[in-house]
Design a protein around this ligand. Structure first.
Ligand code: PHE
Length: 465
């Protein structure tokens, strides 16, 4: 596991890293998942808990993960091995690579729907099914067609492969620099559109006015789990992007910028979507189908809806693409660094493998819909294992590794590189970070993890009896 080479690429600029990493963070998690889980969990109260989780766990772990990458200049497996010389910790990085395979194999399916919906929007099909129930049926009619799902899934994978194939500066950095500003502008336009709809106030109320009685243990755990997913934490994506960073850049400042952008985008997406959902009187708790089932109906009822519907699904696809490239990059960087593959071959070959891995997930919406284990279809199982087991476990192990194994005496001098001024002016920041990473995050993440595998509820039930 030497993997040392002088030609390893670097970001062309500081802002290049922030754009790319924010691009990884901002994705389906913000625009598709965040609104629907906030909608299902009482809106504002969930949002509040999520914000706290992002601040006290997300940010410290994000900084740790980026730092692991920058210090070692390696993929996740190589990074852990370099610092510990231990096969066990190298295999923690290996879990991240496996999570990359798995997450991308289902993420790209939903991203494919987003692309398919650009075509639906352009063709004016939303006007044929204006009522939510009919729109939902139309959605089911589309996904029941294996060619529709597999076709757009393949198309999206090819886009992802092309960008990763082109490399760090020419591919990922350039794509992110072009796409992120477009995404930002489109979302702002959609938010303004939402805010100016009649009855928008109700949506804002839902998003901003917490109902304290709705906060339960499971809200907290869900919010924490989502904090991981949305920040691309726990599987080495941020580590890998950090590995192309140079020592003159400030890791804590970059971490803060990424968290800020990701959170702002989720809240803007929330405002754009809930104002619209309430303005036309739809149910905010419609679940994972929220945007595909209900938004087409929302668009056709609003002035300028045709254009906005096209913009929205373009935006969703762009957001997904800047995230999917980070997932593929984790896998590719491992094979390039550790197995000495050529980047071009790795991008193509691994992209194809991930597509094949995703085929059963894609077919679980049609041909394989009856194949279920524990009442979960193939898609749900892959999502569950990756998002609810591997990510929290990875986050927990990253905190433990940095705080307890690598050791703060070695960590701090590395963290200070590029951030000397910050820590000279605010020395207490270091103390906070150490405390959060050493105690708070491992303990809290441990609870999320237990919850994810359904143990927490069982234990709580035991006490309740
Ligand atoms: N953060 C991405 C999103 O919100 C998803 C993701 C998870 C990307 C893990 C990379 C790694 O859509």
């Amino acid at each position: 596991m030497n993997g040392m080479d002088q030609n390893r690429e670097k970001w062309g600029s500081k802002i290049g890293f922030v754009f790319a990493a924010a691009g990884s963070a901002i994705g389906l998690g913000n625009i598709w998942k965040f609104p629907y889980i906030a909608g299902e969990n009482g809106g504002a109260s969930f949002v509040l808990v999520y914000l706290i989780c992002i601040a006290i766990i997300g940010l410290p772990v994000l900084i740790a993960e980026i730092l692991l990458g920058r210090t070692t200049q390696r993929n996740p497996v190589g990074a852990f091995y370099k610092l510990s010389q231990s096969k066990f910790w190298a295999s923690v990085g290996g879990l991240g690579v496996i999570a990359g395979f798995m997450i991308l194999s289902f993420y790209a399916i939903i991203a494919g729907w987003a692309i398919g919906y650009i075509v639906e929007a352009i063709s004016g099909n939303f006007y044929l099914w204006p009522e939510p129930a009919a729109a939902a049926q139309h959605f089911r009619d589309l996904v029941i067609n294996p060619y529709w799902i597999l076709g757009y899934f393949a198309f999206f994978m090819i886009l992802t492969m092309i960008i990763v194939f082109a490399g760090i500066q020419k591919g990922i950095e350039r794509a992110s620099k072009i796409m992120m500003p477009i995404l930002f502008i489109l979302l702002i336009i959609l938010m303004i559109r939402g805010l100016t709809l009649e009855g928008a106030g109700e949506g804002l109320d839902f998003l901003w006015n917490p109902d304290w009685s709705k906060i339960s243990a499971s809200t907290i755990l869900l919010a924490l789990g989502h904090a991981f997913f949305t920040l691309s934490l726990g599987m080495g994506a941020m580590l890998t992007y950090g590995s192309y960073m140079s020592d003159d850049d400030s890791v804590p400042v970059a971490g803060l910028q990424i968290v800020f952008l990701d959170t702002v985008m989720a809240l803007i997406a929330g405002m754009a979507i809930f104002t619209a959902v309430f303005a036309v009187g739809l149910d905010p708790a419609a679940g994972p189908g929220l945007i595909f089932h209900t938004l087409p109906g929302v668009f056709v009822k609003m002035p300028g809806g045709y254009i906005f519907s096209i913009l929205f699904f373009i935006l969703l696809s762009i957001a997904a693409l800047t995230s999917s490239i980070s997932l593929l990059e984790v896998v590719v960087s491992y094979f390039v660094d550790e197995r000495k593959w050529k980047r071009h071959n790795a991008a193509i070959f691994l992209g194809i493998i991930i597509f094949l891995l995703g085929v059963p997930s894609a077919l679980s919406f049609n041909i394989l819909s009856d194949f279920k284990i524990f009442n979960l279809n193939f898609f749900d199982i892959v999502d569950f294992i990756a998002s609810n087991i591997l990510l929290p476990l990875g986050g927990l192990l990253i905190s433990v590794f940095v705080a307890w194994i690598w050791g703060f005496d070695k960590v701090i001098p590395n963290l200070r590189k590029g951030a000397e001024r910050l820590f000279d002016n605010y020395p207490w920041l270091l103390g906070f970070w150490k405390f959060f990473l050493k105690f708070l995050s491992p303990v809290l993440i441990f609870f999320v993890f237990l919850h994810s595998i359904g143990l927490l509820e069982k234990i709580l039930n035991l006490f309740a009896q």
